[in-house]
Design a protein around this ligand. Structure first.
Ligand SMILES: [Zn+2]
Ligand SMILES: [Zn+2]
Length: 369
């Protein structure tokens, strides 16, 4: 079938919006009509080449939609079901999956590296018949998606799909960092670097857990209102002020948990210095491969400080995505307020530029109808 999609043909160049061909789903695959796709900071990292994936590639990994058709053998979804697409497809039998760590399934990383689905082949070709690669099993900036069955997670139908798309990436990444990676408890002090889609969900998760104070930090003062809307008790603009002494003052010596949701080596260092004794720095944002840190390791044992990385909020997708949808319907996540603009696919290069300039407040979503 012919579909419209946004393609990275060259790094650091405008995306190409083209009409391309999508092949039907094979065995254990699902065809989904895309409803909404969020633009995530990782999409910009993809355009910049920080994640090394083969080009040309159909962009997008934060999408929700409606099942249109299923291939042979599919049992978990049927035509008309609402689904969230997930970019991590736990195989169930690799060493990580056997330890209950499907969010770092080693089998699932392989198709990411070749730009294919689970059998390493692509369902996408351009108008000249040349292969286009999939981004992390999803390729959500496309009118329709063919994804593995385990990447199409059925959710309830009363959650609006423009909110549901966030359960594909920024919501579990932020919320899971608080609940699973950190295990924040009531009264724990929390500081978060980066008030984008992920950071706001860290703030919200910390609020749901009873964290206090909850300190949002961003280079843009324009992010303060939405940070407070999501549950931040304080906001620091770190382009104007050094947040470290302010956080030490607010928390009586340093935060119990610092979260870095940007992938910036300087912010990671700043977050480390804002830790209190017996505390943990959770790194969520993914820097490029080069930087080594200048963390003062002397304090790790002496002050019992830990540094911990987390991917996809350490979630188990099949179990947690429907549960997160239930919480979203209950209003726990304030997702209606996270959407600050709906755009058409033809406008996607404007969205890329706005993200480069740190002008996006909340999350902008591509609407397909
Ligand atoms: Zn993402
Ligand atoms: Zn696995």
């Amino acid at each position: 079938m012919k579909i419209k999609a946004a393609i990275i043909r060259e790094l650091n160049k405008p995306l190409a919006v083209e009409e391309i061909e999508l092949a039907p789903p094979k065995a254990n695959e699902v065809l989904v009509k895309t409803a909404y796709t969020g633009f995530c900071h990782s999409d910009l990292s993809m355009i910049r080449g920080i994640f090394k994936m083969p080009l040309p590639l159909v962009l997008g990994h934060e999408a929700a939609g409606v099942v249109e058709d299923v291939g042979p053998g599919v049992t978990s979804v049927t035509k008309g079901d609402h689904v969230v697409a997930t970019w991590m497809v736990a195989c169930g039998h690799c060493p990580e999956c056997k330890k209950g760590k499907g969010h770092i399934c080693r089998t699932s990383f392989l198709p990411h590296q070749v730009g294919g689905l689970l059998d390493m082949t692509s369902r996408l070709t351009d108008s000249k018949g040349a292969r286009l690669n999939h981004q992390t099993n999803v390729s959500g900036f496309a009118e329709y998606m063919v994804v593995p069955e385990a990447a199409a997670i059925k959710i309830r139908k009363d959650l609006p799909l423009d909110q549901a798309c966030f359960i594909g990436c920024c919501l579990p990444t932020g919320f899971g960092a608080v609940y699973n990676a950190a295990g924040v408890k009531p009264g724990d002090s929390v500081a978060i670097w980066g008030m984008g889609g992920v950071g706001l969900n860290v703030v919200r998760g910390a609020m749901l857990r009873g964290g206090n104070p909850i300190i949002g930090i961003d280079l843009e003062g324009s992010k303060e209102a939405i940070a407070r809307e999501f549950g931040a008790t304080h906001f620091i603009n770190n382009s104007k002020e050094d947040p470290v002494p302010i956080i030490k003052e607010l928390t009586g010596g340093g935060a119990d948990y610092c979260f870095e949701a940007i992938g910036d080596p300087g912010a990671i260092l700043q977050a480390y210095w804002a830790l209190g004794m017996g505390s943990t720095l959770i790194t969520i944002g993914i820097p490029d491969e080069q930087p080594l840190t200048g963390l003062p390791l002397f304090y790790n044992p002496l002050h019992c400080k830990s540094v911990k990385g987390t991917l996809y909020g350490d979630i188990e997708t099949g179990r947690d995505i429907p549960a997160l949808a239930d919480m979203a319907v209950r209003g726990d996540f304030n997702l209606g307020k996270l959407i600050t603009r709906r755009f058409k696919i033809e406008e996607i290069n404007d969205v890329v530029e706005a993200m480069k300039k740190r002008q996006i407040i909340g999350r902008w979503v591509c609407a397909w109808d």
